[in-house]
Design a protein around this ligand. Structure first.
Ligand code: GAR
Length: 216
């Protein structure tokens, strides 16, 4: 049984999707804890009501990134994580933290990396006029929003899209690909080959969002 520790900063809808899939699909794993970077993260209550241990390390209590990350690692390590899952965790992590969980920390980012690392991805995609946008699950390396890609979801940018509509379309596909990626990890199906990630047995490491049912 593998221990999953999920780090959040806000709403926690990806965390919820992982918690639900883990139970529904009987993964060889359990969500051991959900840890937030702020005590008022709404996702904490969601996790607690699912019977999951929760904790918060308030980033505002720390003047230095290093001290915050050390406190965060101390809490995370209490739950003996086999995999650390960043799910809307909005703090930039130090190299020391990233290296502590090298090869066992995943992140989801709301763009087709390496396009649009950083913030405001949907707004920037609209401004750039791209026809396809999406989300990426990747192993975390010290460089922000980089690292070997596990799975990507592409969604079309449709006429009349604004940031909200586009974000909702991307989020719906995040809820499909993130549980899939974490499941592959806990089933020990992921192998790193340089900068590439292989899934064994082979499965598509991409999806295209079917928007045929989407309200106009
Ligand atoms: C998600 O869209 C996730 O991709 C994004 O924050 C949102 C969190 O939503 N993450 C980042 O921007 C990280 N750079 P959630 O709390 O409902 O899962």
């Amino acid at each position: 049984m593998k221990n999953i520790v999920i780090l959040i900063s806000g709403r926690g809808s990806n965390m919820q999707a992982i918690v639900d899939a883990c139970a529904r699909e009987a993964w060889p794993a359990r969500v051991a804890a959900v840890v937030a970077s702020r005590p008022d993260a709404p996702g904490l209550a969601v996790a607690a009501s699912a019977g999951i241990a929760t904790a918060a390390v308030d980033y505002r209590d720390f003047a230095e990134r290093e001290a915050f990350d050390a406190a965060l690692a101390a809490v995370v390590d209490r739950y003996q994580p086999d995999v650390v899952v960043l799910a809307g965790f909005m703090r930039v992590l130090t190299t020391a933290f990233v290296e502590r969980y090298a090869g066992r920390m995943l992140n989801i980012h709301p763009s087709l990396l390496p396009s649009f690392p950083g913030l405001k991805t949907h707004q920037r995609a609209l401004e750039a006029g791209v026809a396809v946008h999406g989300a990426t699950v990747h192993f975390v390396t010290p460089r922000l929003d980089y690292g070997p890609i596990v799975i990507q979801a592409a969604v079309p940018v449709l006429a009349g899209d604004d940031e909200k509509r586009l974000a909702a379309r991307v989020l719906a596909s995040e809820h499909v690909i993130y549980p899939r990626a974490v499941r592959w990890f806990v089933e020990e199906r992921l192998a790193l080959d340089g900068t590439r990630v292989q899934v064994t047995p082979n499965e598509p490491q991409w999806m295209f969002n079917d928007v045929s049912g989407e309200a106009a």
